[in-house]
Design a protein around this ligand. Structure first.
Ligand SMILES: Cc1cc2nc3c(=O)[nH]c(=O)nc-3n(C[C@H](O)[C@H](O)[C@H](O)COP(=O)(O)OP(=O)(O)OC[C@H]3O[C@@H](n4cnc5c(N)ncnc54)[C@H](O)[C@@H]3O)c2cc1C
Length: 456
């Protein structure tokens, strides 16, 4: 009997879980390794008898890959669409920013600048040909379109908040993608925006995928980081090194879904051209503090902060999106900052970071008092946001590495959309298809299908 092809998947975030699920479903023998917890950047931690994301998470209506997978896994009804609202904090004041009417009331810039901002946003909402935005930075395009004063006070401030020292290198494609996604989240621009969330947190979706993987026979190894990957002599596949493996059996293919720098440490002998390609792509890191408060801080879910004196750039008040009754009345606020990993906040002691952050909350709510805080947590991610420079489509590393049987599928390969759980699901779907095609063509014999097992 033909032996089933063996595939190793590294990383149990949405990309790795989806790829493993698809390939095992096709009849391959799949093993998945996750270093830490399933869900990766969309991981959660327990709060009472439910879970909360380590980093704030929601979905847009355009996130059809993840919504489709949720349906397929039988939890479509757990994806709910909840009203949300956005605000903008500048010059010591919160401005609601939920559509054209609010833009016209944005008192931090003169009236004719507001008209210009509204017109530019409206224009971008209707652009579908994004290719032209590969050749110009968001900084140049937006400054020209809005005028320097309005740009500096609004979208320029947001770009600086997200991309730090890279803010004037990011291609306009990235910004266009953001506007476009938000637009498709509202059927009618005058409607209140609704965002998607899984009842029980994103853990619900992660658990469903893990269950799905187990049902189709994926061998799941959590808490078992891959330390090395080695090509077996005479092109006979790949052996993996982890702390727990003593007699590695070779895999026909390996899919790594980890960030590129992590991948490079696993395979130090990557051919130079490919290694250089990976090395040219950068990520912003993120540090996110979570406060549990005994009352609301504001009445806004997503508050962009445009104030250089504030140490964080977003206040995401989760319980203004998901009702606090879900958490037994407990309220959660994320304080978000994207930064370069050499920024002191990225390595600062958690308590010190919270001490630096907390006094600034009085700026958004004069009544705020430290005694409102019940608990705090701090989470960090080194590869939080790929930087998208000009002509990115020519820089994206291919999924097939130059080493036979070794594949890369990570967030730097998501384009032109911005990274997100939906696109990691899409990435997982795409890489599974590619690997399946490659293994089937190389061997001709298709592995057995296990759909009958699924029907059980
Ligand atoms: C602050 C923040 C807010 C976000 N908000 C949203 C949002 O609102 N909506 C949204 O859709 N997306 C959001 N995202 C993005 C989203 O979470 C990610 O794009 C997505 O989860 C990435 O999935 P992935 O599987 O591609 O990568 P990851 O989630 O990074 O998965 C990679 C996995 O590999 C594992 N790993 C690393 N090294 C090893 C090793 N040596 N061996 C084994 N395993 C290893 C990691 O532990 C990790 O689980 C946000 C991200 C951040 C940082």
């Amino acid at each position: 009997m033909e032996q089933r092809k063996r595939i190793g998947v590294i990383g149990g975030g949405f990309a790795g879980l989806t790829a493993a699920y698809r390939l095992a479903h096709q009849g391959f023998e799949v093993t998945l390794w996750e270093r830490n917890q399933y869900g990766g950047q969309a991981g959660t931690f327990p709060v009472g008898d439910t879970q909360l994301e380590i980093f704030y998470h929601h979905l847009f209506k355009s996130d059809t890959s993840i919504a489709g997978l949720a349906e397929e896994l039988g939890i479509g009804d757990r994806l709910v669409w909840l009203p949300s609202n956005v605000g903008y904090f500048t010059d010591g004041k919160i401005y609601p920013l939920n559509g054209a009417k609010d833009v016209l009331k944005l008192g931090s810039i003169p009236f004719h600048d507001r008209i210009r901002l509204g017109a530019v946003t409206f224009y971008l909402q209707h652009v579908t040909d994004w290719k032209k935005y590969e050749k110009i930075t968001a900084h140049d395009w937006l400054q020209r379109a809005l005028g320097k004063r309005a740009y500096d006070k609004t979208l320029g401030a947001q770009l600086r908040a997200k991309f730090g020292r890279y803010y004037d290198e990011v291609a306009m494609v990235w910004f266009w993608g953001k506007i476009w996604l938000r637009t498709t989240s509202r059927r009618n621009p005058l409607d209140q925006e609704k965002l998607g969330y899984f009842t029980g947190s994103f853990r619900t979706m992660v658990d469903a995928l893990v269950d799905g993987c187990e049902r189709v026979g994926v061998t799941m190894r959590v808490g078992d980081p891959i330390t090395s990957l080695e090509q077996v002599r005479d092109d006979k596949g790949w052996s993996v090194g982890t702390e727990s493996i003593d007699q590695p059996e070779p895999f026909d293919a390996i899919i790594a879904t980890v960030p590129s720098p992590v991948f490079q440490t696993m395979v130090p002998n990557l051919p130079q051209t490919y290694a250089d390609q990976l090395g040219r792509l950068n990520y912003e890191a993120a540090v996110v503090a979570i406060l549990e408060l005994d009352r609301p801080l504001t009445d806004i879910y997503w508050l962009n902060i445009a104030d250089d004196d504030m140490p964080f750039t977003g206040i995401i008040e989760h319980t203004n999106f998901v009702d606090s009754s879900v958490y037994g009345g407990r309220r959660f606020v994320y304080l978000s900052k994207y930064l370069e990993p050499d920024h002191p906040y990225f390595t600062m002691d958690d308590d010190r970071l919270i001490d630096e952050y907390v006094p600034h909350l009085k700026k958004v709510n004069l009544d705020f008092d430290q005694s409102w805080i019940r608990n705090t947590w701090v989470f960090r991610e080194r590869a939080a946001q790929p930087i998208i420079p000009l002509n990115y489509s020519e820089m994206i590393p291919s999924h097939r590495t130059p080493l036979h049987g070794l594949y890369l599928a990570n967030t730097t390969q998501i384009y032109p959309e911005d990274r997100g759980t939906n696109y990691s699901v899409r990435l997982g779907n795409d890489i599974a298809k590619l690997v399946q095609e490659d293994l089937t063509i190389f061997d001709r014999s298709r592995p057995g299908d296990v759909s009958s097992r699924l029907a059980d």
